[in-house]
Design a protein around this ligand. Structure first.
Ligand SMILES: Cc1cc2nc3c(=O)[nH]c(=O)nc-3n(C[C@H](O)[C@H](O)[C@H](O)COP(=O)(O)OP(=O)(O)OC[C@H]3O[C@@H](n4cnc5c(N)ncnc54)[C@H](O)[C@@H]3O)c2cc1C
Length: 446
């Protein structure tokens, strides 16, 4: 291959990580993103970056930007707590109980605001990304190159087209039309409110400094994240974050585009069967009201939280999962991230798997650059490995979340709660569970 130009569709988590890694390795890279501007789109939720994700970022970003990523992450969680819907403790762990490979920054878990991660990944890439470019289709040529076409009439030709365009990928629709998704029957509702509100202050201390899950008797599942950013609301680095991180933040131009302040975010996973038919079209306080109605018998502090949430951050998503994907012949088009493996949020593995894809593909394209592999060998070797680890992540994520809302017996609920309480009393059982939780998030541990 003489030109080695890589065209990436989608400036999301996976696409941007890949773009950094390839540009550093000397490739010509062009990223096309449909959001109209750098701050467009709704990217407000929290993402847990696991060692899989952190190692990919370490491998692809330059040293200074990886340090910026670390400096812009939220305060580490202290607790992981599972509660009943009335905040009665079922199982409690420290984040220190999660198994780790080592102390290096890339072996840790991070609390990340997705808006912030997006801005970190845009840093220094102004000449690589074109915004307001909606990909519509591609054409593969007999000389091995490929052209991407866009809604504004423009096109871009390269040696490899990478579909990093998320769960509704148009690249996948054209390239692998047989790659289907299934509806899990679940819908996720979510929102957030500022950390310094009285409603957030009234939450149990463990909730305010950790990740909390609520399991109700109907089979609904709630989640609460406390996100505390390393800067003051005005953007000044916070006291106590460490002088290296403070210096990194002060020097980071991305903070101008990111106004994230401390927040508590909530999510509720429930069945579409018990929801209004138009729930996915609803917005704002309408969604808060739906969540409140479904959780009528939950703790009053949960209800106060919903009532005080920011209407503009309310969201409803249908939870989908990729169906098993048979192998295909590698070519000048490939896919990474949600575009090729959509999974439920059950294991917090979607973004981390997208990041791992970026790293694995970059590693093989570097070997192609060095003459060790042909393009199709590089792409084929990445795709073969990716199909294996993503199938595990999809399966484990689905197992954690399934629709049994209102289909549980009283006995089933009691059994689940007794099992959690029993495990809570046995440190070895808790450690086993922690290891299992980390399995799809840290492939080096398996
Ligand atoms: C509420 C919530 C919480 C989550 N929490 C976690 C978590 O804790 N841990 C975790 O690992 N994952 C989490 N995930 C999943 C994670 O966000 C996704 O798996 C991840 O963002 C996928 O990255 P990606 O790069 O494949 O796609 P995306 O980040 O979705 O990026 C796709 C990009 O492509 C662009 N695009 C789409 N179509 C086109 C087009 N036609 N032309 C041009 N551009 C286009 C989009 O605008 C977008 O910028 C969560 C998801 C949600 C919804």
């Amino acid at each position: 291959m003489s030109t080695s130009k890589i065209v990436i569709i989608g400036a999301g988590t996976g696409g941007m990580c890949l773009a950094h890694g390839l540009r550093r390795a000397g490739f010509e890279v062009a990223v096309h993103e449909r959001d109209r501007t750098r701050t467009g789109g709704l990217h407000g939720y929290r993402v847990g970056i696991s060692p899989n994700g952190a190692r990919a970022l370490k491998a692809c970003l330059d040293e200074d930007l990886f340090a910026t990523f670390v400096a812009t992450t939220g305060r580490d969680y202290e607790h992981l707590t599972m509660y009943t819907e009335r905040f009665a403790e079922l199982l409690a762990m420290g984040f220190d109980d999660l198994p780790r490979l080592g102390d290096a920054p890339e072996d840790q878990d991070y609390n990340v605001s997705r808006t912030t991660l997006r801005q970190v990944l845009f840093t220094g890439m102004e000449d690589v990304i074109t915004f307001d470019r909606v990909f519509t289709g591609y054409e593969q040529h007999t000389d091995g190159t490929v052209t991407a076409f866009f809604a504004d009439g423009s096109s871009d030709r390269g040696d490899l087209l990478v579909g990093a365009d998320g769960a509704s990928s148009r690249v996948r629709a054209q390239y692998l039309p047989h790659a289907t998704h299934s509806d899990t029957g679940l819908v996720g509702l979510g929102g957030k409110l500022p950390y310094d509100t009285p409603q957030a202050a009234a939450l149990p201390e463990r909730v305010r400094s950790g990740l909390s899950m609520l399991f109700d008797r109907r089979g609904q599942f709630g989640i609460l994240h406390a996100m505390r950013m390393p800067w003051e609301p005005g953007g000044a680095p916070r006291e106590g974050i460490g002088s290296d991180d403070a210096a990194q933040l002060a020097a980071w131009p991305g903070l101008r585009y990111d106004n994230t302040t401390d927040y508590v975010s909530w999510g509720l996973s429930t069945s579409r069967r018990v929801l209004p038919a138009d729930v996915l079209e609803r917005r704002g306080t309408d969604l808060h009201d739906v969540a409140a109605d479904l959780t009528r018998d939950w703790d009053p502090r949960w209800h106060d939280l919903l009532a005080a949430s920011d209407p503009s951050a309310a969201m409803a998503i249908s939870v989908r999962t990729s169906d098993p994907l048979p192998a295909w012949t590698p070519s000048s088009v490939t896919l990474i991230g949600d575009a090729v493996h959509t999974m439920t949020p059950g294991r917090g593995a979607g973004a981390n798997t997208a990041l791992r894809d970026a790293r694995e593909l970059r590693d093989r394209l570097v070997r192609m650059r060095d003459g060790e592999l042909t393009r199709d060998e590089a792409v084929g070797s990445y795709e073969e490995l990716m199909r294996r680890y993503s199938a595990l992540a999809v399966k484990e994520s689905l197992e954690f979340m399934h629709d049994d809302v209102d289909r549980r017996s009283r006995l089933g609920v009691l059994a689940q709660r007794s099992a959690m309480r029993a495990m809570n009393r046995v440190p070895a059982a808790k450690r086993r569970m922690a290891r299992n939780l980390q399995k799809v998030r840290d492939s080096e541990l398996v």
